[in-house]
Design a protein around this ligand. Sequence first.
Ligand SMILES: Nc1nc2c(ncn2[C@@H]2O[C@H](COP(=O)(O)OP(=O)(O)O)[C@@H](O)[C@H]2O)c(=O)[nH]1
Ligand SMILES: [Mg+2]
Length: 370
Amino acid sequence: MFEGLKETLDRFKDDVEEQAESVDAETEADTDVDTVEEKRDQDQKREDPAPPDRDPSEDPETVEEDDREVSVGFGKRAKAFATGGVIIQPEHLDEPLETLELSLLSSDVEMGVAEEILAGIRENLEGTVRAQVQSTDMVLESALKEALFDVISVGQFDFDQHVAETDKPLVMVFTGVNGVGKTTTIAKLARYFERHGYSAVLANGDTYRAGANEQLREHADALDKKFIAHEQGGDPTAVLYDAVEYARANDVDIVLGDTAGRLHTSNDLMAQLEKIDRVVDPDMTLFVDEAVAGQDAVQRASEFNDAAEIDGAILTKADADPQGGAAISIAHVTGKPILFLGVGQEYDDLERFDPEQITDRLLEGDVEDR
Ligand SMILES: Nc1nc2c(ncn2[C@@H]2O[C@H](COP(=O)(O)OP(=O)(O)O)[C@@H](O)[C@H]2O)c(=O)[nH]1
Ligand SMILES: [Mg+2]
């Protein structure tokens, strides 16, 4: 999964290294040079080593300080040279960042998110290079990692701890358009919660679609969970209300409430979600969408969040998504975290979304194997 994004990031690292090398070669005659030999030559030729804000003729100590500064700079460069690194200058980044932006956009990363990542990389790189010398690859790696982590980790909280600390029954309602994997995700979460020692009841608030009851009932049977439903065309709020009552009476920890997947622009749906909010007052409303929908998923996440505030998102079909743009963008755009990734059609194909692990995977991990 996300191979496209991983390739994009790999290419960026190569581009910067290449730029740093070729710009060095071009600037041989410049005063600002980057290799040990050039530095030595330049030091001998240099007539005025003082930075513009100082006047060495007025203060002899300053001259000494300046000499020391130059030699520290020289040490850094020598070390960079010895470790096979090249000092990265701001101008090394211009072209690679431009290429990176285009690649991010074509990997379905949302525009504002791409810009944030670029600004983060530039800031991290310019800061880091001045502070210490590492190999170019390490410098780039950590700059990318930090910039990505910053946009991916927006809004993250400890989901398991939140579940543990919330009064039971904890009510979760799932929204999102039709076909993205809401019902499947509810079944997967029932399994997830069982693993964590919680009981769950599955409630079908999708009273709109024919066959919705049967689909969720089959999952409930397979997972040995209580299933609550009304007839097709009934009031979804009433179904969820019944499920909460059942959970209270039977000490069930978690209510997982499905809803109909109609267009987020539909007033009906929004009125429905509002009524659910008012009557059932869910602890969490989770937005479900498919990673493969890319920019569309990002757009819908934002619209759903505007219409009926969500607490987090679940991104399904990540196993089939070569791009990764939605996974990178949704949290930043909505301000709400991605909590889980769906990675297949089996009940166990659900992973906690761990921003650190995702960034590691994108930058180091062998994503093809995941
Ligand atoms: N590959 C893959 N398929 C999934 C995943 N989650 C759901 N699906 C499939 O997506 C289709 C629609 O799922 P469903 O739960 O009915 O969507 P809903 O209409 O939102 O309730 C089904 O065929 C699921 O098996 C996932 O994480 N990976
Ligand atoms: Mg469904």
